[in-house]
Design a protein around this ligand. Structure first.
Ligand code: ZN
Length: 399
């Protein structure tokens, strides 16, 4: 992603797991005892970076078919209530293995079981696990915040040079304004990155703009006061509560006006673009071209199997390409370099370049010719084409 494809190319990864050199095979001075792997009719590409997953929901594909978004959210809650802690850990392990098998080496995951950061740590994986917090009633502030603080203390033991912990005040329809403000302050104090589901559905906009719609009705039934003040867009409302900063990842961002896009740019917040999930839930198309033109950092993400059935990051990149009229290189960047930059990991992953982590995927490319053809073939590939996935020089998947 940092130069044109190299024919008969090679990547030399040092014992520290970082890339030492990239170039034509004959040009690399590998030590005589270096372990070598060789592939024919393949491309070695940077390990893919998935900017939004919920790996604790692995196994729920096809189990939440509700067309109405509020009803779908309730179904997910019911499914999660029936899953035990060992069940979440097994799901997270399987989900991470599925990511590795699909050439994804870094994930940005949100969840509230704590299982994904544990799975990342034990597998020697790479990524950020944003721990979710909920609490739509302002009276829940202390309980929610205390719970989050305790979980952050407990989960820090899984962090490392490659595994980060973050926080995620879930969404404007599950988090009160005071809780947003308090979590943003906590994240700043603890130097934790933050992720929020934002500007995703019409129901979310109706709650914040008009105090109406299915989320507003559910809140009123449960005795939860409506957000105050009403009349702001979701992005404007979160900005008002101090949530949008340079370490904030806004997930979805479908319903964003030009003013909202400018606001994201000014705050330096990044966007996880999930076109297939947005389509599945009938949320519409995100203003991807406007976000990119404005210089907002964007990466593609899959969202969960409960939304999209199967995690296929390059299918998301192809959907992004169609949506914003991108060339193959830019579409691939959304799943590699750009996604890494969106997550604040632009100096360490996303490209095959000396000094970065030795994360790569090997993809079958039978019968391809010129540069453009190679980029198109990589972009057209899918999980079944992945021959091997490598993290820090170590194979984590062999097809
Ligand atoms: Zn999500």
């Amino acid at each position: 992603m940092s130069g044109p494809p190299i024919r008969d190319g090679a990547v030399l990864i040092g014992e520290d797991g970082r890339i030492e050199a990239v170039g034509p095979t004959g040009s690399l001075a590998a030590p005589p005892d270096a372990q070598r792997s060789e592939w024919l009719d393949c491309a070695i590409i940077p390990g893919l970076v998935n900017a939004h997953t919920h790996l604790e929901l692995t196994g729920f594909a096809g189990k939440a078919e509700e067309a109405d978004f509020a009803a779908w959210i309730r179904r997910i809650r019911t499914l999660k209530e029936a899953r035990t802690p060992p069940g979440f850990l097994a799901a997270a392990r399987q989900g991470l293995a599925d990511c590795h098998a699909a050439g994804v080496t870094t994930i940005a995951d949100t969840g509230d079981s704590g299982a994904v950061i544990e799975a990342l740590a034990e597998a020697g994986g790479s990524g950020i696990a944003y721990h979710e917090v909920f609490g739509p009633h302002p009276d829940q502030l202390e309980e929610s915040l205390d719970g989050l603080r305790a979980r952050v203390r407990e989960l820090r033991r899984f962090t490392s040079a490659r595994v980060q912990l973050g926080v995620s005040p879930h969404a404007p329809y599950t988090v009160s304004g005071v809780l947003y403000r308090a979590v943003a302050a906590f994240a700043a104090e603890q130097a934790l990155p933050m992720a929020v589901h934002l500007a995703e559905s019409a129901a979310e906009s109706a709650l914040l703009e008009d105090g109406a719609g299915p989320f507003a009705e559910a809140w009123t039934r449960r005795g939860i006061p409506l957000p105050a003040p009403l009349g702001e867009s979701p992005i404007g409302w979160l900005d008002r509560h101090g949530v949008l900063g340079a370490r904030t990842l806004a997930i979805h961002v479908v319903r964003a006006s030009r003013r909202d896009v400018v606001r994201l740019r000014e705050r330096g917040s990044a966007v996880a673009h999930c076109p297939l999930s947005n389509h599945r839930h009938g949320h519409g198309a995100a203003p991807l071209a406007e976000l990119l033109d404005a210089g907002v950092r964007v990466g593609v993400g899959t969202d969960s199997v409960a939304s999209v059935g199967r995690l296929d990051l390059l299918a998301e990149a192809r959907a992004a390409r169609r949506l914003a009229g991108l060339d193959a290189a830019r579409a691939l960047a959304l799943a590699t370099t750009d996604a890494a930059t969106a997550l604040g990991l632009g100096d360490t992953v996303g490209a095959l370049r000396p000094g970065r982590w030795g994360d790569a995927a090997v993809v079958s490319l039978p019968g391809t010719a010129d540069h453009e053809g190679i980029l198109e073939a990589v972009l057209a590939s899918g999980p079944a084409d992945v021959r091997e996935t490598i993290i820090g020089g170590r194979a984590v998947y062999r097809g």
